[in-house]
Design a protein around this ligand. Structure first.
Ligand SMILES: [Zn+2]
Length: 370
């Protein structure tokens, strides 16, 4: 391509990112690195939506998004990437995020996966062979975080933990030892000393009730702080400056101003995951088929085969007590008495209006099949 054509192509981009290029920590080289970088965001709720928006606006070239949920009106208080039309349509969050990102930065490639991250699909979605440089944990549950920790340590890929609940925000960088034979896509990245992993600090997921935004509420400011801290660390990594990454678990309470920090510089040599390399969460059959996912709803994934929406819709339309039956390529939804059933193409369903697993299972078996 002639040089004039190249500069014509480059100039609008240089203008778009001019304020970020001016920032000495990024510069023109850093911006060029971001354009070829690929970040995966696990969970597109409040933290994930904010992180995706920040990374896309910063010019990170490719984003992989994975989320199992759909947009609801109660999300709009804090999930900054979604709007009322998404909630009305009940769009899957990964797809809604992809559409909104395309409106403000069409130069970013977004791969949206509408699914629950489980051992059976983690390789397909998150493999370093897909060119992914970093994983951002934006989930709302420890099951998925321990699964991600296993996978990232196994593959020798960095991941960044983030959590927000109430007015509290926390984040931590996990830099595992790189693994021989697994290519790092950032070839000129200087080597870094590994940090502790999630299991070094907390060998097992918490048992008993854990505070969630469904039980303790959440401030949108806490979410955005968690995402800002997390994305800033990702930008350091993606611009190939791992020496600048924070080596601690840091947390803030925005309401009280309290702040705490735990040093994570040294991996525990006896850690089951990064020390002994026992990947139990990855080897397991994964989460149970049924999970309570808050908001008076139950998720059921009884079978792992695709659903033919056209045939299913025709069958359901004959049921006299089914109302508001609608579907598109992404989901099929209907109301039956006080319950709303949302079915995804892979056979997963969310039943709203109950936390009773037996009742949800019965509804699933009766209307969707086993
Ligand atoms: Zn460890």
């Amino acid at each position: 391509m002639p040089e004039t054509a190249i500069s014509a192509l480059l100039s609008p981009l240089a203008d778009r990112y001019s304020r970020q290029i001016l920032f000495p920590g990024i510069g023109a080289d850093g911006q060029a690195h971001l354009a070829t970088a690929h970040a995966a965001i696990i969970g597109c709720g409040a933290t994930g939506a904010a992180a995706a928006a920040l990374l896309a606006r910063a010019g990170v070239g490719t984003l992989t998004l994975i989320d199992r949920d759909f947009v609801e009106p109660s999300n709009l208080q804090r999930q900054i990437l979604f709007d009322e039309a998404d909630a009305l349509e009940g769009l899957p969050k990964a797809e809604a995020a992809r559409r909104h990102i395309a409106l403000f930065n069409a130069g970013v490639t977004v791969r949206a996966h509408i699914a629950d991250l489980v051992p059976a699909n983690i390789e397909d979605v998150l493999s370093p062979a897909n060119g992914i440089d970093v994983y951002l944990d934006c989930t709302d549950n420890f099951e998925t975080r321990y699964l991600l920790n296993d996978y990232a340590v196994q593959q020798g890929k960095p991941w960044i933990y983030a959590a927000a609940v109430g007015a509290y925000a926390a984040t931590m960088n996990i830099l595992p030892r790189t693994v021989e034979g697994i290519e790092t896509k950032l070839p000129s990245t200087p080597a870094y000393e590994p940090t502790a992993c999630l299991a070094c600090l907390f060998p097992k997921p918490p048992t008993g009730p854990v505070e969630t935004c469904d039980t303790s509420g959440i401030l949108s400011t806490a979410v955005n702080l968690a995402a800002s801290l997390q994305v800033t660390e990702a930008l350091k990594l993606l611009t190939r400056q791992p020496n600048l990454l924070r080596r601690s678990l840091i947390s803030f309470d925005l309401w009280t101003g309290d702040r705490s920090e735990i040093n994570t510089s040294r991996p525990d040599p006896d850690c089951p995951v990064c020390g002994r390399r026992e990947f139990t969460h990855l080897a397991g059959t994964g989460r149970p088929h049924i999970t309570l996912c808050g908001r008076n709803s139950v998720q059921i994934h009884e079978h792992q085969r695709p659903v033919d929406f056209i045939a299913m819709r025709a069958r359901l339309a004959r049921h006299p007590d089914i109302e508001d039956l609608r579907s598109n390529d992404l989901l099929l939804r209907f109301r039956r008495g006080p319950h709303t059933l949302t079915l995804f193409p892979d056979g997963r369903a969310v039943i709203q209006g109950t936390t009773d697993i037996i009742q949800a299972r019965t509804l699933y078996a009766r209307f969707i099949g086993s």
